[in-house]
Ligand binder design. Sequence first.
Ligand code: GAL
Length: 718
Amino acid sequence: MNSTQQNLFKLGAAYYPDYISNEKTLTRRVDSGRLEWLTNKERLTEDFKRMVKQGIHTIRLGEFSWAKVEPAPGVWKPEVFKDALDLAHKHNIEVIFCTPTATPPKWLIDAHPDILPVTRTGQKIPFGSRRHYDFHHPEYQKQNKRITELFAKSFGNHPAVKSWQTDNEFGCHNSVFLFTQNAKTAFHKWLEQRYNGEIEALNENWFTCFWSQHYRSFKEIDLPLASWADQNPHLELDFRRFSNEALCAFQRDQIEIIRKHSPNRPVTHNLMTLFTDLCPWMASKDLDYSGFDHYQMESEPHPVTSAWQFALMRSTKQRHFLILEQQPLQVNWQPTNRRFSFDWLFLWGLQSAFQGASGMLYFSWQRMPGGCEQYHDGVVPHDVRIEKSQQEKLIEAKNHTFTKLKNEFGFTDALPLAARDVLCIHDSESLWSHEITSQSVTYTTRKQIDHITQFCLQSGLGLWFAPSLEAEKDRLDAYKLIVLPGHAFELTAAERHLLKNFRSKGGRVLSLPRTGYKTRNNKLSPLPAVFYSETDFYLDDYGALLESETETCDLTDTAAGGHIEGHLWSEKIQVLNKSWTTEATFSNKSIYAGSPAILKLKEDGQHGAHVHLATCPMPQKEAWSALRKILDLPARAISSASELQLQLLESGNRKFLAGVHFGQHPSSISLPAQQKIGSSVLMSLDKNLQAQVELITQSDSQSLSIPGRSAILVELLT
Ligand code: GAL
């Protein structure tokens, strides 16, 4: 392994020395190729030799190892990891060590059975799987600190340990919302503080007059268990806030202990964004850098969702993030576990790097012989006779590709980050508010974010996220466009001011339907959709569209002419302030026929504008180009295919256009007329899983063509 490879994009895997038998295991010797029954230590040595041969730079250890390291109360066996750590150090492989709190051992559960969680339906989760703990339980909070300290002291000063991961995937398996007695007691305390001990303030906020829910004291309040009809939505939103705060406090306890006993090792967590229960901003606040587990729930991979999830991770800490777990194609938890082709893995590697990942660790290095994940893919196959697996070939191909990129463009330690073109507000409370009273199983904020992401990627625009306008207020001027993707809540006076100021300096604002409907306690606002003034327009009516239902919106000639399709949600807006011009109207077939579908505020003499969409545009090329025109927002580059994702990266004065093409067919990239193109690197994986990396020097043309299933990095000359 050479150190130039190590830095640009780290490749690695989760590794489990704690799962390797103390009996002899049949292993293939790396040097001789002989099959032999090896002792535990010999087997580990061969594993590390193989990792070095593969070009693995980082491994993650220990997240499920509690019972191995502490098999009985007071029995401490850190030597389980000794050989692995020493070998990692010897082989120059960095270790991310994990706290083991995701799997409390049987002896602890037997001593305190009420540590086990209870679900929304009142079911107790048994021992025997994972995440079987209640983070509200005072005893588990004590154990959390105790075991973290023992781990940090035992492993945290080993020279191989460079970083820490807390627990494992907070929130996975629906584990953020717990319905235990300890959760209830803590919730009462939290509510008492939030409502200053005034139960009537809570009654008012929660609209408990509805369905006779009035409370006389905080102690009367139940957790929002599954019920005949929906629970009180204000209670549910407060419960989500409370649960997130409590989980973050549980993590904070670990972080403080790690920092004390294992200094100078950054701490991360493997966040997930497949679900919204855990707020990524809160969960990453105390971390040094964000870690991410990249899995695809859909039966077909969805590259747009991956793109914004990566961008969200980069945005949480405003720096590169690390993919702590990458789905190695086949998993074990889908209804039918699909096999994807290997070029997905190759393209996900490049896509994540272009979106700010500093590396990617596979889950996992081994394929487990036993346990419930025995069919899950890994880097090394079950068949010990195989010298080089398909995954290993792919790792080689990735290392080769990133080395070429590094050498060609002279990057030092990571790829540049995305340009700050577009800022999208991603507020977990807003997402929850829509989920709680959803009004449509089809509508989600995530779909809106998919659309915005697609708009950016079709136009080469760099996309960032923030939890609120306030959070990003010192950097707003850096962006060209701010997006409110169905942001549920009324804009505050401060937010309106920020938007107005942003527009006055030339910025564009884009709001999508379902923006500004609610108050922060999840009630519908008496003054919905007020962006600047209460007399701009009235929201006459609104509602969800069926999955199969679409709206046709006729664009005015000044906009772009023609039509675009809308779906998911529509609004009927009555315009009072004539500074808002209509750029498209709902067609004759719509319930809101003739009513504005796209509105634009552009005040005299101002360069900036606010565009409001009264329906969600379907992801179509026509919609993106109309939107660019209405917003008067030039593209950085234009992609000819929806599967071809483009984004501008910036580093000092240098600019790069990064493209990843997930489609099968050749497509093209058009650049603005004056744009000069420097060197480009075109990358793909061939049938033998070898990287094809082609350097193209300077081109005079304004258009580049790109084959299907490939990626490109182009230096743009200024
Ligand atoms: C992740 C988890 C891993 C493993 C993997 C399987 O969610 O962190 O431990 O279970 O899923 O796909």
